[in-house]
Design a protein around this ligand. Structure first.
Ligand code: SAM
Length: 267
């Protein structure tokens, strides 16, 4: 955790307070570049090469010479398409209806969560769980402070609450049927995106597939469906035996769907 160059006392005290709250070590901002191009993962022993930086305009993550700030990403286009009456493969896989509650168990940059929050409308709610505290904070702040030009996006962002937790532990603490849909989008082993933003994110994000225990818990917590996004060319999804797989023909991603509760007859 650090600040922008030449911080004023207010910036420095915000960074110290955040470092305390998130349990991150605080470093006075050094002159020069924060990190070189070697990489290295946040939280590992040795010199920290990923920083959560309190800048004058908000938070940024800097890692391996890259800088990541909050951005809604593809959610802007996807919400526009939905509003124009088009479809969205994730929303269709979830079968979302107005007023529903969604648990996004792998929040990341909350792009999918925003689309889900738009789809469930003003009476719906999305809870997002992110394991990496720095990412969760960046996204919590981004959702609250981004300069939304589209009121629908601003309202969707306000319907998302961000929780810092391992989704296995979070799900274990949820009552049965607490959410209509539980959604997973774990890190792909090989990134589908070559963007520099993603490079910084991949350095700090938690990697690894969704475990079977988390999936079993998700089926208890979901009232209607559990949905897991994966690469179309991955063998992993098939091994988890979803009831249905949607997408894949022209897309590089697919959605594994487990239908539970009142939807089970549709499976
Ligand atoms: C591929 S990204 C999700 C992207 C997201 N769907 C979006 O639209 O921005 C996966 C995210 O899940 C987080 N994650 C991975 N394992 C987790 C776990 N066990 N509990 C909570 N979050 C986890 C990672 O840190 C990463 O930020």
């Amino acid at each position: 955790m650090t600040t922008a160059r030449r911080p004023d006392p207010a910036l420095e005290s915000r960074a110290r307070e955040l470092a305390d709250r998130l349990g991150l070590p605080y470093r006075r901002r050094p002159e020069g570049r924060l990190s070189d191009g070697d990489g290295g993962r946040a939280g590992e022993e040795g010199p920290a090469e990923a920083y959560l930086v309190v800048e004058r305009t908000g938070l940024a993550i800097q890692a391996a010479g890259r800088r990541l700030v909050y951005h809604p990403g593809m959610a802007v286009h996807r919400i526009r398409a939905l509003r124009a009456g088009g479809g969205d493969p994730m929303v269709e896989a979830m079968g979302l209806r107005g007023g529903e509650r969604v648990l996004d168990a792998t929040l990341g940059l909350a792009s999918d969560a925003l689309v889900a929050a738009y789809a469930v409308g003003p009476r719906g709610r999305v809870s997002g769980v992110e394991k990496v505290p720095a990412l969760a904070e960046l996204v919590r702040e981004g959702l609250a402070r981004f300069a939304w030009r589209d009121p629908d996006m601003a309202q969707a962002a306000a319907r998302i609450d961000v929780h810092v937790a391992d989704h296995g532990a979070y799900l274990a603490g949820c009552s049965s049927g607490a959410f209509d849909v539980v959604y997973f989008d774990a890190m792909f082993e090989r990134s589908l995106s070559g963007s520099t933003t993603m490079a910084a994110w991949r350095l700090v994000a938690e990697e690894g597939p969704v475990g079977e225990r988390a999936l079993v818990e998700a089926m208890r917590v979901a009232r209607r469906r559990v949905v897991l996004k994966d690469r179309a060319d991955s063998a992993r999804l098939g091994a988890l035996t979803p009831h249905r797989v949607a997408g894949g023909r022209s897309s590089r991603v697919v959605y594994g769907i487990w239908v539970v509760g009142p939807d089970a007859g549709d499976g």
